[in-house]
Design a protein. Structure first.
Ligand code: HEM
Length: 219
């Protein structure tokens, strides 16, 4: 690991392969190529609802923590926009029609294990989701609108009306660089980000298996 660069830069370098694995899943390939339909996209919003429910509950718990608290921003909160998108995509009874998949349940269990009590563990999961939403999520928003005929309704999860993504990401990276963690804690944090990526990849892979047409098994 390089010690002459800040934590934010180390993080990007060390998780490049994890990100590539999360990005290059069959589900995202199909979603970004416009090969799904709004129901195929709703399946992702549905699983994300359960992830953000746990993550944002953890954020409430961490709000006043001296280490994790500075990362908590109300402008990021996605649960209200996910609820609005799901109501648009699935109808007013959306809440009765959704449930977490197996991998989403594992993801939530990990959030419960680490994000409610361990500040760096919380930041690891917070970073992985929200900086992704502010980065690739902005590409996703344009594709969803163009390829699936969705407007603000249905894609509000990817809209952050109260912040400017680029400036916010800079601010967030500065917070990471200033976090007073020693080398051991930094390594634990980096491992947890990798784990968060793997949990996301597993969740999206499971979505792919349920939403994409399966190739017949070779005899
Ligand atoms: C669940 C899957 C994904 C997760 C967890 C994720 C997470 C992240 C995170 C945490 C970052 C911020 C890196 C940093 O600046 O420190 C990021 C950046 C980015 N992501 Fe993703 N991502 C995912 C999928 C995707 C997909 C499908 C795309 C394709 C549209 C994508 C495109 C990007 C781009 C273009 C950046 C910006 C890279 C840069 O600033 O140089 N991501 N992602």
């Amino acid at each position: 690991m390089r010690y002459d660069v800040g934590l934010a830069m180390k993080l990007r370098e060390l998780t490049r392969a994890d990100h590539a694995a999360a990005q290059s899943t069959g589900y995202f390939d199909a979603l970004l190529a416009g090969r799904l339909d709004p129901a195929g996209y709703a399946a992702l919003a549905e699983q994300l609802y359960f992830v953000y429910e746990a993550l944002e509950e953890a954020a409430e718990r961490m709000r006043d923590d001296p280490l994790a608290g500075p990362f908590v921003s109300d402008e990021l909160h996605r649960l209200p926009s996910l609820a609005a998108d799901l109501a648009h995509l699935l109808g007013p009874d959306w809440k009765d029609r959704i449930s977490p998949n197996g991998t989403t349940t594992e993801y939530r269990e990990r959030l419960r294990e680490v994000a409610f009590t361990w500040p760096a563990g919380f930041v690891a999961h917070h970073y992985t989701r929200y900086l992704g939403d502010l980065s690739g999520g902005q590409i996703m928003r344009r594709v969803l609108r163009r390829a699936y005929g969705l407007g603000e309704a249905g894609t509000s999860f990817y809209a952050f009306p109260d912040l400017e993504p680029r400036a916010f990401k800079q601010h967030y990276r500065q917070l990471l660089d200033e976090a007073p963690w020693d080398a051991v804690e930094q390594n634990r944090f980096l491992d947890e980000v990798s784990r968060a990526y793997r949990l996301n990849t597993a969740m999206v892979d499971e979505l792919g298996r349920s939403v994409l047409p399966q190739r017949p098994e070779a005899a």
